[in-house]
Design a protein around this ligand. Sequence first.
Ligand code: SAM
Length: 784
Amino acid sequence: MEGFDSAGETDSIVSLVVSGDGNSSEKRKRETETDTETLMDVVVPAPRHPLWKTSLCSYFRGSGGLCSHGDSCRFAHGEEELRPRPDNTWDPASERAKKMAKMEVEEKEETDGGGGGIMMTEKFEEGESLVAGLSKCLVNLPMKWTSDHLRNFLKEKGVLFKSAKKKKGMVVGFVSFENVEQVATAVEELDGKSVGNNRTLKLSDVLPRSFERNNKVVSEGSLPCSDLVTKAEDSINDGADSDGNVASSSSALMGRSARAAVTPLAHMSYPDQLEHKKNSLAQTLKKLTRNARKACPRGISLPEWIQKSREIGGLPCELEGIIGSPSVYGYRNKCEFSVGLSLEGKRTVGFLLGNFREGVTAVEEPVDCPNVSQIACKYAAVFQKFLQDSSFPVWNRLNNTGFWRQLTVREGRSAHCNVENSEPIISEAMLIVQVCSIGFEDQKIKDEINFLENAFSIGSTEEAPHLPLTVLVIQDHTGISNAAPADAPLKYVFTRRGEGSELGINDDVEPRIHDHISGLKFSISPSAFFQVNTSAAEKLYSLAGDWADLGPKTLLFDICCGTGTIGLTLAHRVGMVVGIEMNASAVSDAQKNAEINGIKNCKFVCGKAEDVIGALMKQYLCLLLKPDDASSSTHNGSMEHSGDENVIQQNGSHQSMESRSELLLLQQFENVVAVVDPPRVGLHPTVIKVLRTQSDLKRLIYISCNPESLVANAIELCTPSPGETEKSNNKNNNRGWKNTTSASLARHRAKSMPDSEPFIPVKAVAVDLFPHTPHCETVMLLER
Ligand SMILES: C[S@@+](CC[C@H](N)C(=O)[O-])C[C@H]1O[C@@H](n2cnc3c(N)ncnc32)[C@H](O)[C@@H]1O
């Protein structure tokens, strides 16, 4: 379970180990052969108090790490020393206890159907209707069950019913009955009984949706499947959309507002939010120390950074605080609005209120969401107004039918600021409307899209000043979740031929908008990643550059480079940039961006980093100037670029060096730095292995939007390599990883890391790109 892997204290074995460097005072817990029972540094007193280290030391905490008892203190100096109490509980002041309490609340909410009922605003099938009193909602069913599973289960239990519906991926199902006797039997046979993997079934009444209670006519002409209203979107479901626009399901369910769903920290002051995020990051980073300590092979002394971590409260390195966002309100340059029915049954463009898994499908307008820009809100309102009269249905998440699915508004800032308030001017906007064309006639779609284009055009000019509208894209996506792949077909594209012209279908004009970072202009295509908070991203990139210690003799790898933002903004500080990115449109944007800005020392490679990085590093690093070669170098200290074109290489294939001049240029590099900025899941193991084993790579800047994956990757990068014996012992030990945490998995992988010098975490800092949400970016410097 997340957060509880680190200590594994209850089943761990304490042993005294003399470290390989002959330091006999270094005592630590060791992993056992079974791999799950792992340990940490512990000083064992004699005799040991029965409550040894089961409570946090208040002196230690209050004094910022000073306790006169030192290692002999019976209280725990920090979370990593803390042990469970004899009754298997944790010190209530500890993070573990708080996390456990939180999880208990969440589990209870899940069992209770979210504590407030299920918000289903959609019907399962045409003609389906539920009669109040003769319909029940079953909560806590196994997610993988379908309607058939539910029906068989009811039959097995001898429960008669009229109809039963259950959608895979949800924990709720809906049953209607012929009469009250059947209802009574169902309650007796099912409520509180065990189902699936020890889940406790709960029967809830189906409450009429508010719009039915008020006897309003519902435009979708449907009755709800249930009384409980729940609805959250797949993106919210998974905890985050592609850009970290996240709603925690529990807060969404409790808050019952779009504001609470997408900006759960909005009730706090901004300084409090920053403090909260910094503390939460510190807790996560401590996992790096704990896990690297556990994974440290036998017979090898603990790296100095682990030994010194006690001096900084268990952190792997100094956490230099958190940098706030220059813009706190309306900062998002990209907003993804779902289309669905509100709690009132109205066609709505906004945010899902909770978690689809738990049956939430209600969408509410983005009212009071402090991260959403005014322009995005206005376009959402224009689209919502249009939908009220559209003859095409909105997307039904229960049976995956409908046409209108999602609106994304992307904005681009001009190079100039508003003279009155110094705010950036939003000069371009791209609207991406996602639809599902299955089952709809082409001509009818065309007509409907023309109406929509007209509605947006008029909507944009009705505002004073006019809203920017650069391009309208209709994306056709037939998948279940709204998260469309980068290559989802663009069915129609309306662009402007020139400044001030009307939107129209101009096949020769590419759909794109432009933004500006650090004085450079960036061209952005519809599916390319671009940080959602431009002014905070500017801070992030320049900080990464400062930490990277760049110079004209630096070769910089920008791994997961998107549209090239990091590499291009740092290009003037290095000899050459090699960017790697898998999204072909983003690579093409990066290439264009280099051209637009007259930058000639960047190359962009299209491919998955795991497929291309090994060959690329070999190709470039074997030509590095080594200190021994310095005397034979012709390098005169200033970089002269050959004027080579920036090169895009497709599908992971790599070409040999383009020219002799490039080869000569490379020979002048004296150091290599990599900046990695991976997606939420972190780096692929192959990429980690290449970074780790390329001994010429001495400095690595890790930028992460997910501290858990940063920690997991850093465990592999920073743990000393195992000896041969340990590696071979580990070979047959690869079992039962399905339910393990990312950190445990990383520990396991670290054991098979080829012999190589580990990196050392030097410093870290948080940069808040997502005010009002729990998310923020982390930058960590690793060196060796
Ligand atoms: C967090 S974004 C960072 C983009 C860029 N550094 C920026 O700041 O704009 C992650 C990028 O990694 C790309 N990506 C995801 N998986 C990848 C992989 N396996 N190999 C290469 N790029 C990948 C995504 O397409 C996305 O552009």
